[in-house]
Design a protein around this ligand. Structure first.
Ligand SMILES: Cc1cc2nc3c(=O)[nH]c(=O)nc-3n(C[C@H](O)[C@H](O)[C@H](O)COP(=O)(O)OP(=O)(O)OC[C@H]3O[C@@H](n4cnc5c(N)ncnc54)[C@H](O)[C@@H]3O)c2cc1C
Length: 415
C-alpha cells in the first residue's frame, strides 16, 4: 500500500491518536495516516499505566506539563463522559508518613495552589476518617483526580478516527525515511507513505525514529519499568480512594501509590527500575544491543552518578519482595506479604539529557517537516487531548494553514 498524505503519524498510543483526531476535527479534508507497529492501539505506555487522570498538582509552574495537565484532565473527564468510557472523580490524598516529609508536603501544597489545583490539608483525624487504614502524620487532599481506563480511551479515539476518515494501520512499523521533493517517504512493512509532515509519537522508540528521520534528538530515551502489585480481593477494603506518598522533588516519578481501579481491583505501584530493553516488561527481557549502546553513552554515567542511591534502593525493592512490602507498609501498616501479589508492569519512555539528568517536562522538537515527541511521561495520558491539539497546531503552521493553527490554539480542548 502506498499513498500521499498531509500528515503521517508514527505511533498509535494516546498521543498519536489524539494528534490525528485534533488534525481531522479542525480540518476534515486533511489526509492523515497513523502507523502502529503492534496489532492493536495503545499496546505500550498508553495501555500499561495507572489509569489516573491527574489534577496538575505536581508540575513546575509554567512548564508545559503544568499548562497542559489541569485543563487536560478536565477535557479527558468530559471526553470519557461523552464517549461512554468509564470515568469516576475519586479525588486522592498525598500522605506524609514521617515528620521530615512535611516541608516537602508544604512545598507541594504551594505548588498545587500555584497551578490552580484545589488542595486541602488534612489532620491525622481527617486522614483516619477518609482512609482508616492509612498511617500519616499529615496529608493533602486533592478533589480533581479521577480514574479511567486509558486502553478504552485509545479504542474510543480509534473508533472516532475511523469516522473522521483517517487511514489507520496497525502491524505497520515505520522502518526508514527518505526525502522526495517536498515529501518525506515513510517506509513501512505495509508499503510507503509520502507525507508533507511527519509526527513522531513513537514513545519508547521516539529517539530512534527521530534519528532515522534525520533529526538529532537533544535527549535519549531510557526505559524505566514501573512494576505493580495487586491487593488480594479480601483486603481491597483497606483503601477507599487513591493514596500517594509525598514524592521526591528530584525525581520525575510519583512514588509507589495505592490505586483502586474502576474494575474493583486495587493496584500498588509503580516503582521505577531501569528496564533492560525498550519493551522490557520483566527483568528477563534483555536487549543486548540497547545495553551496549547505553554503556557507551556518557548519559548513563551521569545518570548513575546522580541517582545511584535511589536506583539501588528501587532495584532492591523490585528483587526482594519483603523490601517492597515494607515500603507499602509505611502507608498501610496492616498490609503484609500475603495480601499482595505481583501484577504486571509498564515501561516509561523517560528522556535523559546528555549530562544524565532525567528530564521532567514534556519535550517536543520541531524541524520544518517533522514534529518529534521526545518526552511524554505522566501526565501525558491525562493531557493527551491537549497535547494532540498542541501538535496539530504545529503541523498546521508547517502546512501553511495559519488560520487553523490559530483556531486550534484558541480552542484546544478538542471536544
Ligand atoms: C507505569 C506507568 C504509569 C503511568 N501512569 C499514568 C497515569 O496514571 N496517568 C497519566 O496521565 N499518565 C501515566 N503514565 C504516562 C502515560 O501512560 C504516557 O505518558 C502516555 O501513554 C504516552 O503516550 P504515547 O502515545 O506517547 O506513548 P505510547 O503509548 O507508548 O505509544 C507509542 C506507540 O508507538 C508505537 N511505535 C513505536 N515505534 C514504532 C514504529 N517504528 N512504527 C510504528 N509504531 C511505532 C508503539 O508500538 C506504541 O504503541 C504512566 C506511564 C507508565 C509507564
Amino acid at each position: 500500500m502506498s499513498g500521499d498524505v498531509d500528515v503521517a503519524i508514527i505511533g498509535g498510543g494516546l498521543l498519536g491518536l489524539a494528534t490525528a483526531r485534533a488534525v481531522l476535527r479542525a480540518h476534515p479534508d486533511a489526509s492523515v495516516t497513523v502507523l502502529e507497529k503492534e496489532s492493536r492501539w495503545g499496546a505500550h505506555q498508553s495501555g500499561h499505566n495507572s489509569n489516573v487522570i491527574h489534577s496538575g498538582l505536581y508540575y513546575a509552574p509554567g512548564s508545559l506539563k503544568a499548562r497542559l495537565a489541569r485543563a487536560g484532565g478536565e477535557a479527558m473527564i468530559r471526553y470519557c463522559d461523552e464517549h461512554g468510557v468509564p470515568v469516576k472523580r475519586t479525588g486522592k490524598i498525598v500522605v506524609a508518613t514521617a515528620e521530615e516529609q512535611l516541608p516537602r508536603m508544604d512545598a507541594l501544597e504551594a505548588r498545587g495552589r500555584e497551578n490552580g489545583v484545589t488542595v486541602q490539608r488534612l489532620s491525622r483525624g481527617e486522614i483516619a476518617e477518609r482512609e482508616p487504614h492509612v498511617a500519616g502524620v499529615g496529608a493533602l487532599a486533592v478533589a480533581d483526580t479521577a480514574m479511567t481506563d486509558f486502553g478504552q480511551v485509545c479504542r474510543a479515539f480509534a473508533a472516532e478516527l475511523t469516522g473522521l476518515g483517517a487511514d489507520l494501520r496497525t502491524n505497520s512499523p515505520a522502518r526508514s525515511f527518505t526525502a522526495a521533493g517536498d515529501r518525506t517517504v515513510v517506509h513501512t512493512s505495509t508499503g510507503e507513505v509520502r507525507a508533507r509532515i511527519i509526527v513522531n509519537c513513537a514513545g519508547l522508540h521516539s529517539d530512534k525514529i527521530a534519528e532515522a528521520a534525520g533529526h538529532r534528538p537533544p535527549v535519549r530515551i531510557m526505559p524505566f519499568r514501573g512494576e505493580y502489585a495487586e491487593i488480594r480481593p479480601a483486603r481491597r477494603g483497606l483503601i477507599n480512594n487513591p493514596v500517594y506518598p509525598v514524592p521526591d522533588p528530584d525525581l520525575p516519578f510519583l512514588g509507589v501509590h495505592v490505586t483502586p481501579m474502576l474494575d474493583g481491583t486495587v493496584h500498588v505501584g509503580p516503582n521505577a527500575v531501569p528496564a533492560l530493553a525498550r519493551q522490557g516488561y520483566r527483568w528477563r527481557d534483555v536487549d543486548p544491543r540497547m545495553l551496549r549502546e547505553l554503556l557507551l553513552d556518557p548519559a548513563l554515567r551521569g545518570l548513575a552518578r546522580r541517582y545511584w542511591r535511589y536506583g539501588l534502593a528501587e532495584i532492591g525493592r523490585s528483587l526482594v519482595w519483603p523490601l517492597f512490602v515494607r515500603e507499602v507498609r509505611r502507608m498501610i501498616p496492616e498490609i503484609n506479604g500475603e495480601d499482595l501479589r505481583r501484577h504486571g508492569s509498564g515501561v516509561r519512555a523517560q528522556a535523559v539529557k546528555p549530562t544524565g539528568e532525567l528530564v521532567d517536562d514534556f519535550v517536543i522538537s520541531h524541524t520544518p517537516r517533522a514534529i518529534h515527541v521526545l518526552n511524554a511521561p505522566s501526565p501525558a495520558a491525562t493531557s493527551s487531548l491537549l497535547i494532540g491539539s498542541h501538535i496539530a497546531a504545529e503541523a498546521f503552521d508547517r502546512l501553511g494553514l495559519a488560520d487553523l493553527a490559530r483556531d486550534v490554539r484558541e480552542s484546544p480542548t478538542g471536544i
